[in-house]
Design a protein. Structure first.
Length: 242
């Protein structure tokens, strides 16, 4: 399963020389322990494959804070939503939480290899992939020419990862990433920024865009000083903080 992502009951029964009933009972017990998800004819992984060592390190940092932010973000996803989920460790935690009880007829649009790998495990969630040139450092696909794509799909909410934000706006690690995110954000009505405390008032290489008033910042672990600064930013730019 760690290689293929799924197993078939008949194949396991044949290999181990036991009945399929025994295998189904064993799979049921493993599902109760959260180690897999049973599907017709076998089981699939529930733990997401994370291919990049650097990404694994990011996922292991501030886990409780990221899960707290992710759980808050799921409250804003509704029936029939078409949402864009950005690349990043916090956005991956967001989808993990969302997948536990997804709303009816949910469509996920993404350019992240990890989000793609996660969504395909849930056939009840529609998946649309934005293509482009694969970026090994961010494990996603980026392209300046995505306007025709965005004109075809009515994405109504964006769940965005950032490298940092401050009084001016929010930041990305390179120009291609920043421009891609800006195009996506400009095409949507609501922008949810998922940011851990390590991103508070931190500048990165490229400004994605200045605050537009469409943003909702979902964060956690605010120091008193940062809370006061963020509230002032929210007042000056018509932002919402959660």
């Amino acid at each position: 399963m760690s290689i293929k992502g799924k197993v078939r009951s008949t194949e396991i029964a044949s290999e181990l020389g036991v009945s399929e009933v025994t295998i189904r009972n064993d799979l049921s017990e493993l599902e109760q322990e959260g180690l897999l998800k049973r599907v017709h004819g076998g089981a699939i992984q529930t733990k997401l494959q994370r291919y990049d060592p650097e990404f694994q390190e990011k996922v292991a940092i501030d886990v409780d804070e990221k899960r707290h932010i992710a759980l808050k973000a799921t409250k804003f996803v509704e029936k029939y939503d078409v949402i864009f989920i950005d690349a990043g460790s916090t956005t991956l935690f967001f989808f993990e939480e969302l997948s536990k009880n997804p709303p009816t007829i949910l469509t996920v649009v993404t350019n992240s290899l990890y989000i793609i790998n996660a969504v395909v495990q849930y056939p009840n969630i529609n998946l649309v992939v934005i293509g482009g040139t694969f970026q090994h450092n961010t494990m996603n696909f980026l392209d300046f020419e995505i306007n025709p794509f965005l004109n075809r799909y009515n994405v109504n909410k964006v769940f965005l990862g950032v490298n940092g934000f401050d009084e001016t706006g929010y930041y990305a690690s390179n120009i291609l990433e920043a421009e891609t995110k800006k195009l996506i954000c400009n095409a949507c009505d609501e922008i949810f920024i998922l940011a851990t405390s390590s991103k508070h008032f931190k500048r990165s290489l490229v400004l994605t865009q200045k605050w537009t008033g469409k943003e909702r910042i979902i964060t956690s672990d605010l120091t008193e000083d940062n809370r006061n600064r963020l509230m002032e930013v929210a007042r000056n730019n018509n932002l919402s903080i959660y």
